[in-house]
Design a protein around this ligand. Structure first.
Ligand code: KG4
Ligand code: ZN
Length: 287
């Protein structure tokens, strides 16, 4: 509902701020999958109307491809192929980006996404949403070695699993409560952040080592995590690979990344008709 109310004014303001009119635009790019379907459909239908009325091509963009394209905005010299960890509120993937519109998934989460784990642990600890920034903030004064959280066992060399980690935090919080005690929130936040970033970094670096990738990247909301960025910087150096990080304001969902990927999809001829539909789920390798 809120999306419906704001989308016209938002697009108008974007054009105004850019000092452009719709005539300066070559094509209309829109996120069509995956995502919460209500929000996705508002965007898709608005984009159809805009493209039709302005006589511009309509370019469907996959949300995770958009996250990866944030890297091209930050590092114009970066060119595929490269290896990328995409970690957001709904997805955690290790992907080989073969070129601007072709992807091969090496690994994925078998349960919760990394951002989702941050959000759930934050709620358990009484920290505000979104959990990523609030856990990272609480962790600043905590001891990452205070609580020994388990390393989950998971099938698949590049797969990850975070639901056990989330449950371990919940169990420790409940156990303390039953004894009339409380866990130290800063220590727990630091211990959780240490464990989850360690797992993500280890899997990405393992994939880099196996495939011999010399360019490694991260994208998605979780890519804003300072400890993850530091851990990967050290690991990439050891491997002799170059690490590319998206600038902080482009890690979380934004329209610039969708426009950037829209450029590459348009160039590859991936346009859509007015029968384009929104999809709640769709693999990044759909095309
Ligand atoms: O990509 P994104 O903005 O939206 C989705 O596509 O889901 O990612 C949002 C997720 C949330 O789960 C949020 O807690 C997490 O990214 N996040 C972080 C940080 N900033 C945002 N996770 C860890 N550390 C952060 N600094
Ligand atoms: Zn996202």
């Amino acid at each position: 509902r809120r999306h419906c109310e704001f989308i016209s004014a938002t697009v108008k303001k974007a054009l105004l701020d850019a000092g452009k009119t719709i005539d300066d635009v070559d094509a209309v790019a829109v996120t069509f999958a995956p995502g919460l379907i209500g929000a996705v459909l508002v965007g898709v239908n608005f984009a159809k109307g805009l493209a039709y009325s302005a006589g511009k091509p309509l370019v469907p963009v996959h949300h995770l491809r958009g996250h990866i394209a944030a890297l091209y905005l930050t590092h114009p010299e970066l060119k595929p192929p490269f290896l990328c960890l995409v970690a957001s509120g709904g997805h955690s993937h290790i992907v080989e980006v073969q070129d601007y519109t072709h992807y091969h998934i090496l690994g994925h989460t078998v349960d919760d996404a990394a951002g989702e784990a941050f959000d759930k642990v934050a709620r358990t600890l009484g920290l505000p949403y979104p959990g990523g920034p609030s856990v990272a903030n609480a962790a600043k004064t905590g001891d990452p070695k205070a609580y020994r959280l388990p390393v989950p066992h998971v099938e698949g060399r590049y797969n990850v699993s975070f639901s056990g980690l989330k449950t371990a935090v919940l169990n420790l919080v409940n156990k303390a409560q039953m004894k009339g005690e409380r866990v130290n929130v800063a220590d727990m936040a630091a211990s959780f952040q240490f464990r989850i970033t360690d797992i993500l970094a280890e899997k990405l670096l393992l994939a880099a080592q196996d495939t011999g990738a010399k360019q490694i990247c991260i994208a998605g909301g979780v890519a804003a995590n300072g400890l993850l960025r530091e851990t990967l910087a050290a690991g990439a150096k050891k491997l002799g690979a170059r690490l590319y990080l998206p600038e902080l304001r482009l890690c979380g969902d934004n329209a610039a990344m969708v426009a950037a990927q829209g450029f590459y999809e348009y160039r590859a001829g991936n346009t859509a008709g007015l029968n384009l539909n929104g999809l709640a789920t769709l693999g990044i390798d759909y095309l």
